[in-house]
Write a protein that binds this ligand. Structure first.
Ligand SMILES: [Mg+2]
Length: 307
């Protein structure tokens, strides 16, 4: 199966190759990068990140690349290439493999990503997809988690929560938005929301050696978060979903106050942006109370468990 599949793939990918040596040799060759190469990898597994019994192979394939592009967006990097490793179940593997690639090709071309190689294996286990994405550091430098300073504003893109209802497959990685903002404004730090707003915000604050106070009333709660809260009726509110659901793939940014003001009053934002709080000297995650004081906010979100 593998030889046939690779032949199909090389044929399918050849038309979009824009790198010195792409798919088909022992390894790929990329042009040197003046400002630095950004590398990120994300592995998706059947039963954790998707359900191959229910979910269309093309949506699974699209997601496997999109989650990696979201990490490049969090660095304000420009995507360039990707390497795809597939562990396909023996039964039905060929059709599944083709479906996965057909799902990720349109996203790759939308974001200027060339598929430069990978590996395709089959086995008796479930579908596993590991994508490694490569991008170029922006000439203004990479956007890191560690640059937030006390008094920076906390800004988020888009609407949060309830992505399990479908957006975790169909989201747009915020690559263009991150670069657009990075080129026009001073951003101190950024992270993408892969595991939940409160958890990822806490990670950014910790990496920056500061804390964060969130004004819960300002958190942009998505219609899907409301829908999920009423569908499940399990006491988890729409706001809880916005704070703790994984896979929003929006951006959290730390921005100095004057720059944040410029962003929030800009007439041409490529995505809605909301101020949800402020970074502080005092470490930890906090929620703002009506009287201006704050109390602890427990970070919740998705974490892989290891025994
Ligand atoms: Mg990330």
């Amino acid at each position: 199966m593998e030889r046939d599949f690779i032949r199909w793939l090389s044929h399918r990918v050849r038309s979009q190759t824009s790198v010195p040596v792409g798919i088909g040799d022992d390894a790929a060759v990329l042009a040197p990068s003046r400002d630095g190469l950004v590398v990120t990898t994300d592995m998706l597994m059947d039963g954790v990140d998707f359900d191959s019994r229910k979910d269309d192979a093309r949506r699974i394939g699209r997601k496997s690349l999109a989650v990696n592009l979201s990490d490049l967006a969090a660095m304000a990097a420009r995507p360039e290439a990707a390497v795809i490793a597939l562990a396909l179940p023996r039964s039905g593997g060929r059709a599944l493999g083709e479906g996965i690639y057909e799902g990720l090709f349109p996203l790759a071309s939308e974001f200027g990503v060339t598929i430069v190689g990978g590996d395709t294996n089959s086995w008796d286990g479930p579908l596993v997809i590991s994508v490694t994405a490569l991008g170029r550091v922006h000439s203004r430098g990479p956007l890191l988690r560690s640059g937030a300073r006390p008094d920076d504003e906390i800004l988020v893109t888009g609407m949060l929560g309830g992505s399990i209802l479908g957006r975790h497959f169909d989201f747009t990685p915020r690559v263009r938005e991150a670069i657009w903002l990075h080129e026009r404004f001073t951003l101190h730090a950024g992270i993408d929301i892969s595991d939940g707003l409160s958890l990822d915000l806490a990670r950014l604050a910790e990496a920056s050696g500061c804390g964060a106070v969130v004004d819960l009333a300002q958190v942009p709660v998505s219609p899907q978060a409301h829908e999920l809260a009423s569908l499940r009726a399990d006491g988890v509110s729409a706001l809880d979903h916005a704070l703790g659901d994984g896979e929003d793939f929006e951006l959290v940014l730390a921005v100095p106050p004057d720059e944040a003001h410029k962003i929030l009053t800009s007439p041409s934002l490529p995505v809605p942006i909301t101020r949800i709080g402020r970074f502080t000297h005092e470490s930890g995650l906090w929620k703002l109370l009506d009287d201006g004081s704050h109390e602890p906010l427990t970070p919740v979100g998705f974490e892989h468990r290891l025994a």
